[in-house]
Ligand binder design. Sequence first.
Ligand SMILES: Cc1cc2nc3c(=O)[nH]c(=O)nc-3n(C[C@H](O)[C@H](O)[C@H](O)COP(=O)(O)O)c2cc1C
Length: 353
Amino acid sequence: MKKTITPFYDPLLSYEDNYEQGPFGDFAHSPKTVIEVTKPSHFLNLSVNLPFGIPAGPLLNANYVKAALAYGFDLCVYKTVRTKAHKSHPLPNVLSIHPKGQLSHQVDTVLADRNYQSPISITNSFGVPSFDPDVWQEDLADAVNAAKKGQYVIGSFQGTPGNEATIEKDYALAARLVAQTNAPILEANLSCPNEGVHKLLCFDFDKVERVAKEIKNAVPDKPLFLKLAYFASDNDVMPLLKKLHGVVDGFSTINTLSARPVDKNGDPALGHDRPAGGVCGDAIRWAGIEMVKRLARLRNELASDFAIIGVGGVSSAQHYQQYIDAGANAVMSATGAMWDPNLAFEIKKNIIK
Ligand SMILES: Cc1cc2nc3c(=O)[nH]c(=O)nc-3n(C[C@H](O)[C@H](O)[C@H](O)COP(=O)(O)O)c2cc1C
């Protein structure tokens, strides 16, 4: 087992306290050493030191993003924002989970507690909180500005039903607000279950097509990624890829696998009003890699050139390489990075000889 490290997001504190007081652990201090990259890679048409970073979620604000950039995470996604303020779920938001063997994609029941052990898997349940745009726009612009040569800050956003006449328009408004901060790349989160409990937005292909086109209309000049959930077969996702051919620039995948976290008595660990939660970390790496392989295969079949950001269970240089070998153009780690702030340096040490 790896030595215990203080995570940069404290699962025992509320989202609001993490926002105010974090980041924690090493991220609260400058790194002791820095690994320089002499031969940058390409991601889209950009030169990036290493196409590795942190996906939407753990980087709550500019303080977190600045720490991540300093620790060599060259692609940093600012936590998903909305067009209006939205409250976080109460604690608990992050619990350790202990699946027996590999977690399936069929909403397994898993033991959840506060015993955060390596290799780490967690359930996260926030409800995608956001401040009002007049708070996050200034902060996101500050984060975007902090990127050094070969680094990029990506703006993640999502629409909220009821904020606008249509969800499509609210996604487009969110995209415009993010673009005003100068974020060079946009990512629309389509894989959060808040658009309907039974159906993630990314499974409604007609709606996704309308949302993507509305965003592209609103912001035609920035690369657009869509954040997708796990799809269990090529046939399940191919129709979506066909609809989006030439519309979007890439896909970021996966988000989380749903599970039912329970405490040792078998009661819902997140509370009776939240029987299910998204699982991330080690237990979902198989699904992330499988999904990246699937997209890479279908990209070939479609003679398309969309980019793939591989996400899910990365906590070592070996995992990074597995995603690259599967066809990812970039790789990101949320859970792994939270518990190992030096992960980007470790990967750079191992990958760049
Ligand atoms: C604390 C936390 C918060 C998250 N919040 C978001 C979010 O706001 N938007 C989003 O698209 N994904 C969110 N995610 C999902 C991650 O971006 C990622 O897809 C998922 O955690 C799988 O990667 P991992 O196994 O490296 O953690 C969050 C994940 C974590 C751990």
